[in-house]
Design a binder for this molecule. Structure first.
Ligand code: CTP
Ligand code: CA
Length: 226
């Protein structure tokens, strides 16, 4: 008789999680960023590790420190995040894009601190690469999880993004709801797949939400025979 240890559902899987908000430089001392705290991405990364995965965190600017037990790669901008994610893409089993990536960056960041002069200053912005969409178009065996933080039309935007970015799951939350969104320790998320709403989770901690998301991903991967 052999005592069988139940294998962890993500054992042997490589999971890449992006977290935080990217920083887009204006000059050496100034930048554009957003309110992402990093907490949701960190919770997902911890959950994936608990489920047995080999996890890499790609971390932009965050308001809390990444979990010490997880291998973290620090980046600033959307371009740097894209490079870090694509460098690992071929070996990635699950990519979780919890990061808030700046949609635009200053067109020509100044090499020196910009000096104050006239009453108005025009800052020209250019569009950043959409990391998730670009990789979604190239996906072969990878399982892609996108995130969407919205203030309105949650379901419509979530479904649009899931399709446009070729995601397997999309986790959406309404940031106007109390207990959901930026900086909080809790979240209220709806999870969608190509067929529609899969799970509507109540207000729970981001840690719990992270676990529910990664358990679902593990089930889906196993179901697909991967
Ligand atoms: N995302 C990305 N690269 C970008 C922008 C977004 O990989 N340049 C990813 C995010 O990490 C997230 C998902 O795409 O997982 C949705 O991000 P969101 O900002 O909600 O989508 P956008 O397509 O930028 O649409 P919006 O106009 O609502 O900002
Ligand atoms: Ca965006």
């Amino acid at each position: 008789r052999q005592a069988k240890r139940a294998a962890l559902p993500l054992a042997g899987k490589k999971v890449v999680v992006t977290a935080g908000g990217t920083i887009e430089r204006i000059d050496p001392v100034r930048y554009i960023t957003n309110d992402s705290s990093g907490k949701m991405g960190f919770a997902v990364a911890k959950a994936a590790q608990e489920l047995g995965a080999d996890v890499t965190l790609i971390v932009a600017r965050t308001q809390v420190d990444p979990p010490v037990q997880i291998n973290a790669v620090h980046v600033e901008s959307a371009v740097e995040m894209y490079e870090a994610v694509s460098a690992r893409w071929r070996e990635t089993d699950i990519l979780v894009k919890a990061a808030a990536v700046a949609d635009y960056r200053p067109k020509s960041p100044a090499q020196h601190k910009i000096k104050k002069s006239g009453d108005e200053l025009q800052l020209e912005l250019v569009k950043n690469i959409d990391i998730l969409q670009t990789l979604g178009e190239q996906k072969t065996t990878q399982f892609l999880i996108g995130f969407a933080a919205e203030t309105d039309h949650l379901e419509q935007y979530a479904k649009d993004k899931l399709k446009r970015k070729n995601c397997d799951l999309l986790v959406a939350n309404d940031v106007t709801q109390t207990g959901a969104g930026f900086g909080t320790d809790t979240n209220i998320v709806n999870i969608y797949d190509a067929a529609g709403l899969v799970q509507s989770l109540p207000m729970i901690t981001k840690e719990e939400a992270g676990l529910r998301i990664m358990e679902l991903a593990a089930e889906r991967l196993a179901g697909a025979g991967k």
